[in-house]
Design a binder for this molecule. Structure first.
Ligand code: ADP
Ligand code: MG
Length: 258
């Protein structure tokens, strides 16, 4: 079994302070309103699954959380700090959040180990030897120590995504955002990636994941959030939301997965 080290010690903010707090998030692209007032709290050690149809705004919501997208209105708080304040340095915020996307996560011209250690070294100023020690330890835990010196194209898609996850957590981020990280994988490779996410969740990593893997969301998430047309229609405990959805729109969406 993989034993990823637990996340770093609790920060100074009160335990009740959500890791991520989104308030009244609005975002348009041109005339298209994509997020129409989203409120969401994510607490420490929580695994939140974000579900919803393609185009409902899941990726945009994740991207607003780490300031890849600037919001039109609303506020983003990270551990109590209003990071949507225009004076916030986006780089400093991004250094506190790990992100894995559907595609192209690893830099193709860097070895797997350099991918995993780059952020620690460049952004966090960890010296090369220490970063590599930690990187090799993490790669060993996911069974990829022997791939450390390879380039990413020598890895399977599942191995690449697992390496990308390890890269994202190598700096002990406060929050891990996963955006449909298994959607581009061959079906037989999905399980190994989800298993790693499950381990991280059990280890206490705070995770928000956009996903179409409903069975996984039901098993692993502490809370499921259904986004439809830029609003959160319903959220709750997975057993309740999947077993007994309150809203017609949720029921209709979930019926597509039966
Ligand atoms: P999801 O991840 O749920 O599929 P997205 O957040 O990717 O949804 O997209 C929501 C809507 O926003 C879609 O209609 C999409 O076309 C639009 N959109 C997303 N990013 C951009 C962009 N950079 N420019 C224009 N439209 C965008
Ligand atoms: Mg998306």
């Amino acid at each position: 079994m993989i034993v990823i080290p637990p996340p770093r010690a609790e920060p100074a903010s009160p335990a009740s302070e959500p890791v991520l707090r989104l308030r009244g998030i609005h975002k348009s692209f041109g005339d298209t309103q994509v997020l129409k007032g989203v409120d969401l709290d994510v607490h420490r050690h929580e695994v939140v699954a974000l579900i919803g149809a393609s185009g409902s705004g899941k990726s945009t919501l994740l991207r607003t959380a780490n300031l890849i997208e600037r919001i039109d209105d609303g506020q983003v708080f990270l551990a109590g700090q209003d990071v949507s304040d225009p004076r916030t340095k986006a780089d400093e915020v991004r250094a506190r959040i790990g992100v894995v996307f559907q595609h192209y996560n690893l830099f193709p011209h860097l070895s797997v180990l350099d991918n995993v250690t780059m952020s620690s070294r460049v952004v966090h100023g960890v010296d090369k030897a220490a970063a590599e020690r930690r990187g090799l330890e993490l790669l060993a835990q996911i069974g990829l120590a022997d791939k450390a010196r390879e380039f990413p194209d020598r890895l399977s898609g599942g191995q690449q995504q697992r390496a990308a996850i390890v890269r994202a957590i190598a700096t002990d981020p406060e929050l891990l955002l996963l955006d449909e990280i298994t959607s581009a994988l061959d079906p037989e490779l999905v399980g190994e990636v989800l298993d790693l996410v499950r381990e991280l969740g059990l280890g206490g990593t705070t995770i928000v994941m956009a996903t179409h893997e409903m069975a996984f969301a039901r098993d692993v998430a502490h809370r499921v959030v259904f986004l439809d047309d830029g609003v959160i229609v319903e959220q709750g405990d997975p057993q309740q939301l999947f077993g007994n959805p309150v809203h017609d729109r949720t029921r209709e969406f979930l019926s597509r997965f039966l």
